[in-house]
Design a protein around this ligand. Structure first.
Ligand code: ZN
Length: 442
C-alpha cells in the first residue's frame, strides 16, 4: 500500500479523473486517501505500533481478568502517545482528536460532538432521573431457565424474520458477538446464549443481523473493490442499532414475535403477556457495562468514553487518572458506583486495539437511526408491516437509501440521503416519547 509505484499509479489516475467513470473515480479517491494517510506515518514507527497493538490485546485481557489497571497502564500510555503523534502526521492543521475521529466518521469534529452530546445530556439525564422515581418494570420472568437448544431455534426464527438467507449468512457462537463479512454473498454473525437471559442472544442476533443486512445489501459491482463494505462506523451502527432498538424493542415487533417465543419457551412464558415482554425488554437500569446497557442509558456510556478520549488525546488527562475519572463520570452521568476497573475502564477492547475515536460512532448511529425512522414513516407503513412480522418494507427502504452504496457515497452524503439534515433532537424526542409512555412519566 505504501510502495512508490502505488503512489505513482494513484496520482496518475487522480490526474485523469475526468476519463474515469464514477465508480472508478471513487475507488481512486478512497485509495489515495488511505495511501496518503498511511504513508504519512514513518514505516518504522508504524511497525512499532503494530507490534504494540499485538502486545496490548494480550495485556488488556490479562489486566481485565486480574482487575489490574496498573498492568495495562504502560501499554495504554504508549498507545495514546502513538495516536497523538499519528494525528499530527495525518493533519497537523487539525486538533489531534479531530484527526483521529476522521478514521471512524469522516469529517466529524469535537465541536460537532460537544454540541451533540450536550443535547443528549440535557435531555437524557433528567429522563433517567424521572424513570428512577417510578416503580421498576418487572423482568423477573426473563431470568428463568431458558435452555440453549430452544434459544438456538428462536435465533433461527429471528434470522428468518430479519430476512437473512441462511445460504448467505451463517450464525456461530463466540464470547462477544460480532459480524464477519467476506462479500455480499457470505456474511457470518455470532451470538452467545445465556441460559438465564434469552434476550442477550435475541438482541445480539438482531443487532449483528442489522450489520449483516447492510453487508449483504451492497451492490454486486462494488464487490472486490475498496468500495465494498459499509461506509463508516457510525452508519454501520445506525443499521444494527436500528434493527435492535427501534424495530426490535418496539411494541409492534414484540407483539409479532411473542407467539413464537411462547412456542419455543412454553413453560417459561406461560404466565407472560406480549405487553409484559415489551416492557421487560425496555427496562431502564443505569448499569456498569456498555454492551449490556439499555437503549436509554446507552449513550451516557459513550459520553464517558468520549470525554476521556478527548482529554487523553488533548493532553489534559494522564492515563494514570483514567480509572478515577471513569468512576467520577459514571457517578455523574449514570449515578452508578463503579466497584472495580474490570467493570469500569478495562471493560472494552477498543483502546487495546488502538481504536481511539471509535466510540462516538455508536451514539451517532443511534441518533441517525431515529431520523431514518421519521423519514421511513413518511414513505411506508412501518408499524403496520412490522406488527405482522414483515420487515421487508423496512429492509427495502434501508437497502435503497444506504446498503446498496457500500462506500460509493461519502458517509455524510449517505446520512443526508437517509436522514436529511442531522438534528439530535429527533433522537432525544424519540426517546422522551417512548420512555415517558413506558414509565408513565406524565
Ligand atoms: Zn455493532
Amino acid at each position: 500500500m505504501t510502495g512508490e509505484d502505488t503512489g505513482k499509479l494513484l496520482e496518475f489516475l487522480d490526474g485523469k479523473k475526468e476519463e474515469l467513470d464514477f465508480v472508478q473515480r471513487r475507488q481512486v479517491e478512497e485509495m489515495l486517501r488511505s495511501y496518503r494517510r498511511i504513508k504519512s506515518i514513518p514505516a518504522d514507527e508504524y511497525m512499532e505500533y503494530a507490534m504494540l497493538m499485538n502486545e496490548a490485546d494480550d495485556v488488556w485481557h490479562k489486566a481485565k481478568e486480574a482487575d489490574d489497571f496498573e498492568m495495562f497502564r504502560p501499554v495504554l500510555e504508549r498507545l495514546v502517545a502513538f495516536n497523538r503523534k499519528f494525528a499530527g502526521y495525518y493533519d497537523p492543521e487539525k486538533k489531534p482528536y479531530d484527526a483521529l475521529l476522521d478514521d471512524y466518521e469522516r469529517g466529524m469534529t469535537m465541536e460537532f460532538l460537544d454540541r451533540f452530546f450536550d443535547t443528549l445530556r440535557e435531555k437524557i439525564v433528567p429522563l433517567i432521573r424521572a424513570v428512577g422515581q417510578k416503580p421498576q418494570i418487572d423482568d423477573s420472568f426473563l431470568h428463568r431457565h431458558y435452555p440453549v437448544e430452544a434459544q438456538k431455534k428462536f435465533a433461527d426464527y429471528l434470522m428468518e424474520v430479519l430476512g437473512l438467507d441462511r445460504n448467505h449468512c451463517g450464525i456461530g457462537e463466540t464470547e462477544h458477538p460480532y459480524t464477519l463479512e467476506f462479500n455480499n454473498k457470505d456474511v457470518r454473525i455470532t451470538t452467545n446464549y445465556k441460559e438465564d437471559n434469552p434476550t442477550f442472544a435475541m438482541y445480539s442476533v438482531i443487532h449483528e443481523g442489522g450489520h449483516a443486512k447492510y453487508e449483504l445489501g451492497i451492490r454486486d459491482d462494488l464487490q472486490y473493490t475498496c468500495l465494498a463494505g459499509g461506509s463508516s462506523m457510525g452508519v454501520h451502527e445506525s443499521q444494527s442499532r436500528f434493527y435492535e432498538n427501534i424495530i426490535g424493542r418496539s411494541r409492534p415487533f414484540i407483539e409479532a414475535v411473542f407467539p413464537k417465543m411462547q412456542e419455543f419457551f412454553p413453560e417459561q412464558l406461560a404466565d407472560v403477556t406480549a405487553e409484559q415482554m415489551y416492557r421487560a425488554v425496555n427496562r431502564v437500569e443505569p448499569s456498569l457495562v456498555r454492551i449490556e446497557a439499555d437503549e436509554l442509558t446507552y449513550c451516557l456510556h459513550i459520553m464517558v468514553r468520549y470525554e476521556i478520549e478527548k482529554q487523553l488525546i488533548g493532553g489534559t488527562l494522564e492515563v494514570k487518572d483514567v480509572p478515577r475519572v471513569w468512576k467520577e463520570l459514571y457517578q455523574e452521568y449514570l449515578g452508578v458506583n463503579v466497584p472495580d476497573d474490570r467493570s469500569g475502564c478495562l471493560q472494552d477492547s477498543h483502546w487495546s486495539g488502538g481504536s481511539i475515536g471509535y466510540f462516538p460512532s455508536y451514539a451517532l448511529g443511534s441518533a441517525y437511526g431515529a431520523q431514518m425512522l421519521r423519514n421511513m414513516e413518511k414513505e411506508i407503513d412501518v408499524w403496520g408491516q412490522v406488527s405482522k412480522g414483515d420487515l421487508s418494507g423496512v429492509s427495502g427502504w434501508l437497502k435503497e437509501k444506504i446498503h446498496q452504496y457500500g462506500c460509493l457515497l461519502e458517509p455524510a452524503e449517505l446520512v443526508k440521503n437517509a436522514c436529511g439534515q442531522f438534528d439530535p433532537t429527533v433522537y432525544t424526542d424519540y426517546l422522551t416519547e417512548k420512555y415517558t409512555k413506558l414509565y408513565r412519566l406524565d
